[in-house]
Design a protein around this ligand. Sequence first.
Ligand code: ATP
Ligand code: MG
Length: 205
Amino acid sequence: MTETRQLRIGIMGGTFDPIHIAHLAIAEAVREEFSLDLVLFIPAANPPHKQGRKVEPAYHRLMMTQLATSSNPFFHVSKQELERTGPSYSLLTVREVQQRYGEAAELYFITGSDTINELHTWYHIEELLRECHFVGTTRPGAPVDEEALVRQFGALAREKIHFLAVPELEISSTVVRARVRAGKSIKYLVPPAVEAYIKKEGLYS
Ligand code: ATP
Ligand code: MG
């Protein structure tokens, strides 16, 4: 009898305003290292952590996410948070993914280390940690405080939060937006199709 392996699914959540090459690089590194069958890129609708800053319309962020991921056969884009009303709580997103792929599927939420350090502020985080794994990839300027994680989440932290060292890229959407606004080049910081889209639509300037 052949054993069927559980599906392993990566969830790459973000505002993607715009998506940049560090997002793609960490998703690919985690996919490979954790033997994921696919990675879902899920643009956030109404980012609970970013209230106050004007975010580009969901339509543009979705288009750029599709353009950036289209050449990787493991990468897919899900509009689920954009189609939902109310804030983009990851707990709801994870439950929807679990429902779609079945109870046996194992979910891995892919993040940078800055996000791992802020997990304690997330909506119903303990429930979320029971329902999926987190992978924190190294990000410049954001060393992970593992002791704090264990203090905050106890055994759940050791069981469900994993770390992966990746080549660190000092890139953020904030930097990309600022460069466009200043008329500077964003070549090699975002994929060529995203660079062209930003120009064509006049975003961030
Ligand atoms: P902003 O500057 O607008 O906050 P961002 O570059 O941080 O944008 P987000 O959409 O906020 O991008 O991040 C989505 C996810 O990608 C988060 O988990 C974040 O930690 C991770 N991430 C973004 N940039 C990097 C990077 N350079 N290295 C590692 N992880 C990153
Ligand atoms: Mg961010």
